[in-house]
Design a binder for this molecule. Sequence first.
Ligand SMILES: Cc1ncc(COP(=O)(O)O)c(C=O)c1O
Length: 357
Amino acid sequence: MLEARRAVRTLKEYHPPLGGRVGLRLDFNENTVGCSPRVLECLRRLQFEPLARYPERESVEHQVAAHLGLDPAGLLLTNGVDEAIHLICETYLESGDEVLIVVPTFSMYEIYAATTGAKVITIPAGAEFRYPTDDVLARISPRTRLTAIANPNNPTGAVVAKADLLRILRAAPDAAVLVDEAYFDFYGESLLPEVMNLANLFVARTFSKAYGLAGLRIGVLAGSAAQMAMVRRVSSPYNVNAVALACLPDALADQEYVRQYVAEVRQGREELQHELQSLKLHFWPSQANFVLVQIGERHDAFVRAMRERGILVRDRSRDPGCDGCVRISVGAKAQTERLIVALREVVRAMAPTGVPA
Ligand SMILES: Cc1ncc(COP(=O)(O)O)c(C=O)c1O
């Protein structure tokens, strides 16, 4: 009988709840109002020609490199950051290699790393989900070939200081260090300029979040030119679709749209955190477009009650160290106002039976 590889058979299944997402989508950290109107205009103008041809990413890649201040040889457009993670794993990991992952974090690191047959070593985050730099340094061995760090992290919203990232990079020169900056726009600090100086550093960015293009599947992987030449060998020449390539220059050109949305989200994040404090709910201060909240035993009922009010939030209580936690994304101003009204109602309705703790 045909059998999948052992590494695949033993893989944990990951099925994000994508079905029936009707309502205010505060469950997947997406942009909640959509992309720039310039992108929609570009889509309307599209003719058959770019769809009939295989996509050619080079010229758009050059534009993205110019936008980010990078050498195009050190940059690859990818089918979202998901594919960037996959490509790094396929390029660097052999069966039995060690991968260090601090949890809780984005699930795809573990999935793609484990698929190669590498040994995934999970390290719990420190108190209040702080990045445990010393614990990570202590686990680095000659077999360590990869560590992936979401900065800001999902689902906690916590960040790692640049000095700590540099310590890891220097301590593991034979390992790929992937700094996943999917939520960079909501934070503002980046290691991207360092890719030209540090041979083992890779930085990933996405257009799925602040730019509102999650459905187009487009992201960026940056690294030193020499290492990216290796990653390109693994990548399909047609990994990025023609529609995404056609629209990306318009998305990049409308920085004012992204700036405005990010400003609203940052303001909303402060308002939400302030509200959570007033409601006496424990939460973790976030630098991303979401906040992780400790709801307690009734996390299920909380998610359901929010859904009844037309607001989708994500139960994260199964993530390591996240018992009773729910992650709430932040959107535009009016949506945050609506969220806060619903939150007050739900928390008050549940208070006699356990929320807040
Ligand atoms: C930390 C992190 N990295 C990557 C992604 C996926 O990004 P993309 O849509 O570019 O594949 C997510 C999505 O939630 C994320 O939270």
